[in-house]
Design a protein around this ligand. Structure first.
Ligand SMILES: Cc1ncc(COP(=O)(O)O)c(C=O)c1O
Length: 377
C-alpha cells in the first residue's frame, strides 16, 4: 500500500520537522534520572506570579463551555498593559500558533521570506511548509545584521522578514536605530514580524517601542508571550499586536476558539502587576549575570544576553559536553542544534540551580579538555 505522500502538499515532503530537542520524559528514561534541572527550553523557571494558579483553578468549573471567543477582557487588559488599543490585540495559544496564523495569512508557494541566522527555528520551518523560498541571512558577529537583512529583502522582493528581539539563541538585541533603519529599508511591501518573546526581560525604558509602529499603521506585527517571565508556557498563551485592519483578516485564518479558558484566566491574573514583573526581571537578570560570570571565569565565552538564557562558546565539543551534563541531570541546549557547534545555550534559573549547573559545566569542560590533552600527548 502506498503512503500518504501523493496526497500531501509537496513542500511538506521537503521540510524537516521543527525539533525542540528530546523531551524531558525521553531523556529521564534514557539516562535513568529521577530529577533534572531543565535549562534547555528557556521556560520561566520562577513559575507563575503569586495567585495566578488560583485564578486558573477558578476557571476549571467552566471547562464544559467554549471560551469567549472575542477575548474582550483579555484584549482590554493587554491593551492597558502595552499601551496598544484593544482592536490591535490578537490573542493566540502561544506565539507558535500566531506564527502559523501569520504564515497562513501571508505566504503563498514561491513567496520569498527572509530570516536571519541563527534565530528561532520555527519561522523558516513554517514558511517552508507553506511553500516559501526562505533566504537565510548569516550573522557573522552573532548579532542580527540589519543591513544584510534589508538588502536580502530588497534583492528577493520578500513578502515577509522575521526579527527576534532579543534574539534566540544569542540573547542580543537590536538598537532602536537599527530597527528604524530596517523598517525604512524594507518599505511597505514587506511584512516585518518582530518576535518579542523575551522582551519582558529588558527594562521598559530600553525597549524599542514597536507598539508605536503598529499604531502608525506600518507593516509591523509584534508577537509576545506569557510563556517566559509570566511562567505560563504549559498553558499556551500569547498575543500579536497589529494594525486593526490586519487583525480583521487574521481572524479569518485563526482557529475560532484557540485560547482556552484556563489560559485566559491565568493571563488576566498575570496582567496589571508591573512592580512584581520588574522584581522578577531583576531576579532573572541577577541570575543571568551570576551564570555568565561563572562561565567566563571558567574559560568559556558567554554572550551579553538580554533574555532569560545565556549562550556561551565552550571551547570543547557541545554534543560531548551536553551529553555528559545530561547524565548528571542537567539539560542545556547544544549549539549544534541551533546552528552553532561549539556553543551551548543555558536557561537562567534560581541561584541554587544556577550554581549547580555552572559548577557541572566547568567540571565537565575540564574533563573534556583533560581528555583532549591526554589524547594529544
Ligand atoms: C523566540 C521565541 N518565540 C516564541 C517561542 C514560543 O513562544 P510560545 O510559548 O508563546 O509559543 C519561543 C520559545 O522558546 C521562542 O524562543
Amino acid at each position: 500500500m502506498s503512503g500518504w505522500e501523493h496526497l500531501l502538499r509537496p513542500p511538506l515532503l521537503e521540510v524537516g520537522a521543527y525539533r525542540p530537542g528530546p523531551s524531558l520524559d525521553e531523556l529521564m528514561a534514557r539516562h535513568g534520572l529521577e530529577a533534572v534541572d531543565k535549562l534547555n527550553w528557556n521556560e520561566g523557571l520562577w513559575g507563575p506570579l503569586p495567585g495566578v494558579l488560583d485564578a486558573a483553578a477558578g476557571a476549571l468549573g467552566d471547562t464544559w463551555a467554549y471560551p469567549e471567543h472575542a477575548y474582550n477582557t483579555l484584549r482590554e487588559a493587554i491593551a492597558r498593559e502595552t499601551g496598544a488599543r484593544p482592536d490591535q490585540v490578537l490573542p493566540g495559544h502561544g506565539i507558535q500558533a500566531l506564527i502559523l496564523t501569520l504564515v497562513n495569512a501571508f505566504i503563498e508557494p514561491g513567496d520569498r521570506v527572509v530570516v536571519p541566522a541563527p534565530t528561532y527555528g520555527l519561522y523558516a520551518q513554517a514558511c517552508r511548509v507553506a511553500g516559501a523560498q526562505v533566504e537565510t541571512v548569516e550573522s557573522p558577529e552573532l548579532a542580527i545584521d540589519v543591513e544584510r537583512l534589508a538588502a536580502a529583502v530588497r534583492r528577493t522582493a520578500a513578502r515577509m522578514v522575521w526579527v527576534c528581539d532579543p534574539n534566540n539563541p544569542t540573547g542580543l538585541r537590536l538598537a532602536p536605530d537599527e530597527w528604524d533603519a530596517l523598517l525604512r529599508a524594507v518599505g511597505p511591501d514587506c511584512v516585518v514580524v518582530a518576535d518579542e518573546a523575551y522582551m519582558d526581560y529588558v527594562p521598559p525604558v530600553a525597549r524599542v517601542r514597536r507598539e508605536e509602529d503598529v499604531a502608525e499603521g506600518r507593516r509591523v506585527v509584534v508577537l509576545r508571550t506569557f510563556s517566559k517571565i509570566f511562567g505560563l508556557a504549559g498553558l499556551r498563551l500569547g498575543y500579536a499586536l497589529a494594525d486593526p485592519r490586519l487583525v480583521h483578516w487574521l481572524h479569518r485564518v485563526q482557529e475560532p476558539f484557540n485560547v482556552n479558558r484556563v489560559a485566559l484566566a491565568a493571563g488576566l491574573a498575570s496582567l496589571g502587576r508591573p512592580a512584581e514583573v520588574a522584581e522578577r526581571r531583576a531576579v532573572a537578570v541577577a541570575a543571568r549575570e551570576r551564570l555568565a560570570a561563572a562561565l567566563g571565569a571558567g574559560g568559556m565565552r558567554p554572550v551579553d544576553s538580554s533574555a532569560n538564557f545565556v549562550l556561551a562558546e565552550l571551547g570543547v565539543d557541545d554534543g560531548e559536553l551536553t551529553g555528559r551534563l545530561v547524565r548528571r541531570g542537567i539539560l542545556v541546549r547544544p549549539g549544534t542544534e541551533l546552528g552553532l557547534p561549539g556553543w551551548a545555550r543555558i536557561t537562567v534559573a534560581p541561584d541554587d540551580v544556577m550554581d549547580r549547573a555552572a559548577a557541572a559545566l566547568l567540571d565537565v569542560r575540564a574533563e573534556l579538555l583533560g581528555a583532549e590533552a591526554r589524547a594529544a600527548s
